[in-house]
Design a protein around this ligand. Structure first.
Ligand code: FES
Length: 208
């Protein structure tokens, strides 16, 4: 199985292996431009029909973000560093729903600051909960203001999310970004689109 495409790119781009094609205003525009993962199984036709995908994360470096596609939606897979994890609770007073209590936060294990099965590996649907744009990855602390611990910024109307994709108060986006069902088949392979027991095949967030 192939893994993440190796690219000779600068430091910042190493953390966000996405072909830069200019501003992306709609989800449908963006997907064809992101060819950097070739580790998904089964076939593209089956994936489009909603089948789970397996992604090789063995080369995902700390601080690096990659994209997969599941059910025609972009999926973030971020390897959070120890420092990024330690900074997450600082955001809580500024977040709209720090504990992810809204119905859409599936599956249950995503509750809490980490919103992940394994804290260092963060997986979420890369779609802004306002009107569906793709938020940009902005990991540098302080880059968007003194309280910025790193996160995601939507280029369309300015919604901000932390590195657990929890939305900041004052953003037009109403909800945290949903977490898809997933489980780790091994240390290298994450299966996105189902739970370990095979459940959540009918997963659908309450938005979009
Ligand atoms: S679509 Fe993201 S802020 Fe409007």
């Amino acid at each position: 199985m192939e893994s993440i495409v190796d690219q000779d790119i600068d430091h910042k781009r190493r953390r966000f292996l996405v072909a830069t094609t200019g501003a992306v205003g709609g989800l449908g525009i963006a997907l064809a431009a992101w060819p950097f993962l070739d580790s998904m199984e089964p076939s593209q036709a089956a994936i489009g029909a909603g089948a789970p995908i397996d992604v090789d994360i063995s080369k995902l470096e700390p601080g690096q973000l990659i994209l997969a596609v599941w059910r025609s939606r972009p999926i973030w897979i971020l390897h959070r560093t120890d420092a990024q994890l330690a900074a997450l609770p600082k955001n809580n007073p500024m977040l709209r729903d720090p504990d992810s209590r809204q119905r859409q936060q599936l599956p249950e294990f995503v509750n809490g600051d980490y919103r992940a099965l394994e804290p260092h590996i963060f997986i979420a649907v890369a779609i802004c909960t306002h009107l569906g744009c793709l938020p940009n990855f902005e990991p540098e602390p302080g880059s968007l203001g003194p309280d910025w611990q790193g996160g995601f910024l939507c280029p369309c109307h300015g919604s901000r999310y932390d590195l657990s994709a929890r939305v900041f108060d004052g953003s037009p986006a109403p909800l945290n970004i949903p977490i898809p069902p997933y489980w780790f088949k091994s240390e290298k392979i994450v299966r996105i689109g189902e739970l370990k027991d095979g459940g959540s095949q009918d997963w659908s967030p309450a938005i979009w």
